[in-house]
Ligand binder design. Sequence first.
Ligand code: ZN
Length: 168
Amino acid sequence: MAVSKLSVEERFWSKVDRSAGPEGCWLWTGSGDPKGYGTFWHDGRTRKAHRASWLLFKGGIPEGIWVLHRCDNPPCVNPAHLWLGTNADNVADMMRKGRDRHPLGVGPKRPARGAANGRAKLTEASVLAILADGRSHYRIAADYGVTHGVIWRIKRGERWRHLQEARS
Ligand SMILES: [Zn+2]
């Protein structure tokens, strides 16, 4: 039998350690970047391995959308552990996971205070994401469908003060 050229899928899986089983993290054993994400040459360019995993086994990635890990394990390429989100989702997810490790503590939640207007309702997670977002207030406001004044007041701590205090 002649040596056949490996398909892209075969080439991909040849670099993955799936010994953790179907539910476990499938670890990239090929080359990687300094942050621990695998890198994989695919379709004419170097991609992050988990993004390549999504493209190969799940489908397309819309413009501006990130492939994120449920498992917080950068080298993991198990498609079942990946999800699509925006940068804001990514920040909110990190904040939520961080909060799990460092609980915000006691105190009643007052989500009604954070609701900016009738159209947009900011959740605790989105306020935390806004607080961590370094972009201009206008850009952030556009993402969340609120006015920049709302963002400004959140950043100044006039709204959701209990969250800011918990963060510091
Ligand atoms: Zn994983």
